[in-house]
Design a protein around this ligand. Structure first.
Ligand code: HEM
Length: 261
C-alpha cells in the first residue's frame, strides 16, 4: 500500500491522454496559417461538448423511462449549462481575422459543419428528425449507423410525452399536449417536478436556437453571402434553419396561458 492507496500511481497527463490529445490538431495549410490551429481546436472542442450533451440527453431519456423526474432534471440542467458555453464559445471564432480564415478556407472543401454527425444526433434525439439529412450520411458508414439508430429510437419529446401519459395526462394529440402544458404552467406547485422539466426542456430548445442564430451571424460576419464549403448558399441557407423547434407545443401553450381567478 502506498500513499495513493491500492491504486497504481497515475499522472494527470497519463489519465487524460494529454500527449495523444495535443497531436490531434493536424493543419492542412502550407506554410501553416496562424489561425488554422484555432479553427481546428474550436471544432474539436464542440465535438467533445456534443459527446457530453448526448451522454446527458441519453441519461435523461433513461431516467424519464424509469419515472425518475428528479434525476432527469439533474441531467437536463447539465445539458443546458454546457449548451450555454457552446453558444458563447462562438465569440472565440469571431476573434479570427476574416483574411486569416480565407488563407486556408479553400483547403477545407467540401468538408463542413453540415457533416457533423454528433450535431445531427443531437437534432434527431431532440425530435428534429429529417430523412434527407439521414440519407446525406449514406456514404459515411460509421455516422450513418449511429444516425439510423437515433432516427429509429424514441426522441426526447416522445419520451417526455410518454412519461406524462403515465402520469395520467391526456397527450394523444397536439391539442391534448398544449392543454397539458397549460395546466402545468397554470399550477406549477401542483406539478413542481414536471414544471421544472418542461422549463429545462424549453431552455434546451432555446439554447440550440441561440446557437443557430449566433453561428449564422458569425458566418455572415466572416464570409458575407459567400457559399459554404459544404456547397450550400451559406448564411442564406443557415437562416432557413432558424425556425426549427423541438417542442413546438411548449411554445404554443404560452399563447393560451391565463391567470385563473
Ligand atoms: C469560421 C467558422 C465557420 C464558418 C465560416 C462556418 C460556416 C458554415 C456554413 C456556410 C454552413 C452551411 C453549410 C455549408 O454549405 O458549408 C455551416 C453549417 C454548419 N456549421 Fe459551421 N461554420 C463555422 C464554424 C462552425 C463551428 C465551430 C461549428 C461547431 C461544430 C459549426 C457547425 C456547423 C453545423 C452543425 C452546421 C450545420 C447547420 C445546419 O444545417 O443546420 N460551424 N457552417
Amino acid at each position: 500500500m502506498t500513499e495513493y492507496g491500492e491504486n497504481p500511481k497515475l499522472s494527470y497527463n497519463e489519465y487524460l491522454k494529454v500527449p495523444e490529445l495535443i497531436i490531434l490538431q493536424e493543419t492542412l495549410s502550407e506554410p501553416t496559417s496562424h489561425d488554422e490551429l484555432l479553427f481546428i481546436i474550436i471544432h474539436q472542442t464542440y465535438e467533445l461538448w456534443f459527446k457530453q450533451v448526448l451522454h446527458e440527453v441519453d441519461a435523461s431519456i433513461q431516467w424519464m423511462n424509469e419515472g425518475r423526474k428528479f434525476r432527469t432534471n439533474h441531467s437536463l440542467k447539465a445539458v443546458n449549462a454546457i449548451e450555454k458555453i457552446m453558444v458563447s464559445q462562438i465569440h472565440v471564432l469571431e476573434s479570427m481575422a476574416q483574411i486569416g480564415f480565407l488563407e486556408f478556407r479553400d483547403k477545407l472543401n467540401p468538408a463542413s459543419g453540415f457533416q457533423s454527425m454528433q450535431f445531427r444526433e443531437l437534432e434527431f434525439v431532440s425530435g428534429a428528425k429529417d430523412q434527407k439529412i439521414l440519407d446525406f450520411f449514406e456514404f459515411d458508414e460509421f455516422a450513418h449507423e449511429r444516425l439510423t439508430k437515433r432516427f429509429n429510437s424514441p426522441s426526447l419529446p416522445d419520451t417526455f410525452w410518454d412519461l406524462l401519459k403515465r402520469e395520467g395526462f391526456e397527450v394523444s394529440d397536439k391539442d391534448g399536449k398544449i392543454k397539458t402544458i397549460v395546466e402545468i404552467l397554470t399550477h406549477p406547485e401542483d406539478h413542481h417536478e414536471l414544471f421544472i422539466m418542461q422549463d429545462l426542456l424549453i431552455e434546451h430548445d432555446e439554447n440550440i436556437a441561440l446557437w443557430r442564430y449566433h453561428h449564422v451571424l458569425m458566418v455572415e460576419r466572416m464570409l458575407g453571402m459567400k457559399r459554404g464549403t459544404g456547397g450550400s448558399a451559406g448564411a442564406g441557407y443557415l437562416r432557413t434553419t432558424l425556425s426549427k423547434k423541438f417542442f413546438p407545443e411548449f411554445w404554443e401553450a404560452r399563447t393560451y396561458l391565463e391567470v385563473v381567478k
